[in-house]
Design a protein around this ligand. Sequence first.
Ligand SMILES: Nc1nc(=O)c2c([nH]1)NC[C@@H]1CN(c3ccc(C(=O)N[C@@H](CCC(=O)O)C(=O)O)cc3)C=[N+]21
Length: 304
Amino acid sequence: MKFFKRARNSGFIIPDFSNSVKYFDNTKCKILDGKLLSSHFVTQAQNLRSGRKIPCLAVILAGDNPASQVYVNNKIKIFKEAGFESQSFFISKEESTEKKLFQTIDMLNKDDNVDGILVQLPLPNGLNTENILNRILPQKDVDGFLAHNLGTLATGELNSAIACTPFGVMALLYAYGIDPSGKNTVVIGRSNIVGKPMSLLLLSADATVTIAHSKTQNLIQICQNADILVAAAGQPEMVTKDFIKKDAIVIDVGIHRKENRKLCGDTHQNVKEIASALTPVPGGVGPMTIAMLMLNTALAAWNK
Ligand SMILES: Nc1nc(=O)c2c([nH]1)NC[C@@H]1CN(c3ccc(C(=O)N[C@@H](CCC(=O)O)C(=O)O)cc3)C=[N+]21
């Protein structure tokens, strides 16, 4: 089972979704286990590492968002497990000016040991996210957020960095033998970091894609037509069983902390009564996001 192949022209190592079909021979699954699949990616990354440059990710965390601190520490931990290198740059809220962030990014752009640069989002208020992200060299944009990389994806090519969350969703679908080709898919959400790249990936996989968002009329009706529904709206538990076509596959990209401190996603648990498969929160899309960040960093290191 491989998730990599050599690109025909360049000899680059690029992701190969086709071989990942039926990685788990479990077609009746209810729960798409992202945590389990991500651990396979970590093992694979460890195995592929021998004889190659140790991939190195630099993470910049500006400000004092507590959730961001947890996420960044998680990423660092998983990179360590795979024997990958990571460096973190914590910049306090007071120090977080555009100038300071540009300086940090410029330094990392020049550092040949650094293969990937991740600026943790959201940035503190007052900073222009686009300006700051655009300072990163496209070949070090392991988030796949830059116009260059999103644009490459829009052309149907899969050989530049693909945004980690949608990339992880595709890996999860194929791993469970779910081929989006010809399926009606609905993506709720149109962000540059999830909704748009998710829709482009599904389109590349020959799905029929509808992008729904906060101004969409008849949302429930549209969702009821989905064989695969991706909830990436950022609204806790907004997708309920009324949205779901019988035996649909539901991918939950949301992650929210409820008042009782428990985590929940964009979907309500009652979708399980109708859907044939669902990604859990936690343990679904989240761990896959980190696995794909690792893959993108490895590709940045090894495709130079
Ligand atoms: N430049 C940038 N790139 C990102 O990829 C990025 C970002 N900024 N800002 C924030 C979001 C959020 N994100 C998550 C990644 C993993 C989990 C994850 O592993 N979640 C665990 C649970 C973690 C917990 O217990 O809180 C799970 O779903 O099982 C969650 C959220 C990446 N993001």
